[in-house]
Every structure is written in structure tokens, then in C-alpha cells.
Design a protein around this ligand. Structure first.
Ligand SMILES: *Cc1c(COP(=O)(O)O)cnc(C)c1O
Length: 387
């Protein structure tokens, strides 16, 4: 039986909603406000603004529909959509900390998240310690009396290292701190962190959830209480809302999320396995390969794998950029999660102590193309480089 069994039905099925005349897709409610005929109704709605439809920087029915679908897939009570992944991430973080608080974060977290924690928030007297995060001892020894938030991203999206979600969640509970995880890579199809005790989950909808490289969005998911607090504060006050058109595009993408993830997982693993054999590859970083140092942990806490991974090469970044430029199917570009395969070449920082030139890091995103075509492409481009 498919491990995605539940998600297939959850993505495809909606009960008919009488408000929409049997429309099979939720309509795009393209309006800023909702009006009332009697003052009694209006007063009633104003008492619990976010449970009614009053204004679209609050509660728009198209966006609310998407939130309901995402909460169902992620197995949580509540979801709030935002204008981008970063709007969701920064709002979730700010909902937890105040001046004088301390945060612990994995040091390979998404770049702008790191910058928000390590640089921006220091202006408000919030300090962050960055740790490798692969062992619980590292988390434990970074804890201070004022630690309020443990921030995870598992796997990280350059080296694909995992954290033990259950252990970090237990540690957080024992010190009265909140846990937030960036779950963009695994998607709600392959990892549901709240079932392992994590408090809040964030996704960049821009990636797999949207799935078609046509919109930017983000979401925060968790308990009614925690998400409600974000809705009433960071969401309403900073105002980074998702538009109804974006919510409609994302809802359409969501119908095929499990199908796409099934394909991405298979194709990504196939390309990763074939890459191991290439002469220019020293190591493939993919949590689904048994050679990954945390392969067993991955199997415990995830039910499948995304198709974004990286490999190390002893070849120079210049040579790998030449190779990348000769690829036909992999386009050079940031982001991922759409139908199109992508590649980036990254130069890791030189080890100042030893002066050793580190391996080049190449990140690949495997899209919807035929995986055998992709492997052939990788080989033909290398053939041209070494000709
Ligand atoms: C892209 C990305 C984000 C940020 O999302 P935006 O929608 O670009 O703001 C956050 N985390 C991860 C892992 C990402 O890949």
C-alpha cells in the first residue's frame, strides 16, 4: 500500500460547500472587504473578526480554503498562509521571542533565516547560537536560562543533514522553549513534525507545495493556540498576506502534490544513485542513500524523500560551472520544487586553519523529466568538459 495513501484522498477530495453553488474548485474571492446589511450582523462579526469575513487582510475565503487543506495534510489544527516562506518564518519566530531572549538554530538553515536570526533580530536584543544540530548533546550544551526557541530545518538544503526531531522536541519541552521546523524539503507528504512533538511547522509554499514555479507563498502550521497568536499579531500587524489568486494557484498545485512527490522521490533517488558512479563526484548528499550518515534517522522520522540534493566534487567550481552550462535539461537557477530540473554550483568556505581547498558543492534539483534522460545529460555534459 502506498505510504501516500491518506494524502491522495486528502488532496483530491472536498465535501461540497453550499456557499459555492457546487463549484468544484473554490472560487477566487477577489475582494478587499465583506459587507453586512444589518448592524447586528456587523457587530457580531467584529467580536471575532478572524472567524468571520470582514476584510481580506484578515480572512479571505479562498486563502482560508487553502489553509484548511494544508492543515489537514500536515495533520495539525490550524494553518496561516503568508506572502512568502520568509514572511511565514519571520512571523513564526517573532511570535515566540521578546527582547532579552535566546534562540538556538542549526547553522545550515536557509540563508535568509540565518540572517534574520543572526543579524536582524540582534537589533531587538534577541541573540541566536548556531550549532551543527546533528546530536542532541550539541543542543543541550547550547541551552541558556533565557532560551525560548529551538529552530530546526531537517534536512538542511545544501548538505542535507538531519536533526532528531523527537529528541529536540523533548529537550524544548523540558526547558519550556518552543520548537519551529522548516519542513519545506520533506513536504507534508513525507514528514509531519508535530506528530513527533514539534510545535510549529513552516513551509515555503514557493517550492513543492506550489509545485509549478508560478507563485511565492509560505505557511505556518500548528495548534490553534500558537497559530492563533501569530494570526492576531504578526500576520495582522506586519500584513504579509497571501493574495486570493495565489491561494487559488496553490490549491490547484496541491491536487497533485502526492503524485508529484511520489515521482520526485523515485527520480531523485535514481539520479543520486547514478551520480555516485561518476568520476567527478566524491560524495552524494542524499538522506535516502544508505551511505548517508543519518540514513537510519531519516527512515525513522520521514516516510519519503524530496528530490533536491547535492554532491561534492574535487573538481574546481570553474570546471563544474562549465559542466553546468553544458547541461541541456538542468537549468541554472535558484529555488526548486517546480517541474523543471535545476543546478547551482557553490564554493564552500576555505578552511582557514588548514588552508585546505574544500570540495565544490553542486546542488541538483530533479524535476519531472525522465530520470534516464537526466543522467544521460549529466554524462554528456561531463564528456564535453573533458574532451
Ligand atoms: C525557499 C526557501 C525558503 C524561503 O521561502 P520564500 O518563499 O522564498 O520566502 C525557506 N526555507 C527553505 C528551505 C527554502 O528553500
Amino acid at each position: 500500500m502506498s505510504k501516500l495513501k491518506k494524502q491522495f484522498t486528502k488532496s483530491a477530495y472536498d465535501p461540497l460547500d453550499d456557499r459555492h453553488h457546487g463549484a468544484i474548485h473554490v472560487p477566487i474571492y477577489q475582494n478587499s472587504l465583506f459587507a453586512f446589511t444589518s448592524y447586528d450582523q456587523f457587530d457580531e462579526a467584529m467580536k471575532a473578526q478572524l472567524d468571520h469575513h470582514i476584510y481580506s487582510r484578515g480572512n479571505n475565503p479562498t486563502v482560508q480554503y487553502l489553509e484548511m487543506k494544508l492543515a489537514d495534510l500536515e495533520e495539525v489544527e490550524s494553518a496561516k498562509c503568508f506572502a512568502s516562506g520568509m514572511a511565514a518564518i519571520s512571523s513564526a519566530i517573532m511570535s515566540v521571542v521578546s527582547q532579552g531572549d535566546h534562540i538556538i538554530c542549526v547553522n545550515q538553515a536557509y540563508g535568509p533565516t540565518r540572517e534574520f536570526l543572526g543579524s536582524y533580530l540582534t537589533r531587538f536584543g534577541v541573540e541566536t547560537s548556531f550549532i551543527d544540530g546533528s546530536s542532541i548533546e550539541q543542543w543541550r550544551s547550547a541551552v541558556r536560562p533565557n532560551t525560548k526557541l529551538l529552530y530546526l530545518e531537517s534536512p538542511t538544503t545544501m548538505y542535507f543533514e538531519l536533526q532528531n526531531l523527537k529528541q529536540v522536541a523533548e529537550l524544548a519541552r523540558s526547558i519550556g522553549a518552543v520548537t519551529i521546523i522548516d519542513n519545506t524539503w520533506a513536504t507534508p507528504c513525507f514528514q509531519n513534525p508535530t506528530t513527533l512533538g514539534i510545535d510549529l511547522v513552516v513551509h515555503s509554499i514557493t517550492k513543492y507545495i506550489g509545485g509549478h514555479s508560478d507563485c511565492i507563498g509560505g505557511v505556518v502550521l500548528g495548534s490553534k493556540e500558537l497559530v492563533g497568536r501569530i494570526r492576531n499579531n504578526e500576520y495582522m500587524l506586519l500584513g504579509g498576506i497571501m493574495t486570493p489568486q495565489t491561494a487559488a494557484l496553490v490549491s490547484k498545485g496541491l491536487r497533485t502534490l502526492p503524485l508529484r512527490m511520489q515521482r520526485h522521490e523515485q527520480s531523485g533517488l535514481y539520479v543520486a544513485q547514478q551520480l555516485v558512479k561518476q568520476s567527478f563526484v566524491t560524495r552524494v548528499n542524499h538522506p535516502g542513500l544508505p551511505s548517508h550518515p543519518q540514513y537510519e534517522l531519516g527512515r525513522q522520522q520521514m516516510s519519503g524523500y524530496g528530490s533536491l540534493f547535492s554532491f561534492l566534487s574535487h573538481e574546481s567550481p570553474e570546471r563544474m560551472k562549465e559542466w553546468a552550462s553544458l547541461l541541456k535539461y538542468f537549468k541554472i537557477g535558484v529555488s526548486w520544487g517546480g517541474f523543471e530540473s535545476l543546478v547551482t554550483v557553490n564554493r564552500p568556505v576555505k578552511d582557514e586553519l588548514t588552508g585546505v581547498e574544500p570540495d565544490t558543492v553542486v546542488r541538483l534539483y530533479v524535476g519531472m523529466e525522465d530520470p534516464e534522460d537526466l543522467v544521460e545529460d549529466i554524462e554528456q555534459a561531463w564528456g564535453q568538459v573533458t574532451k
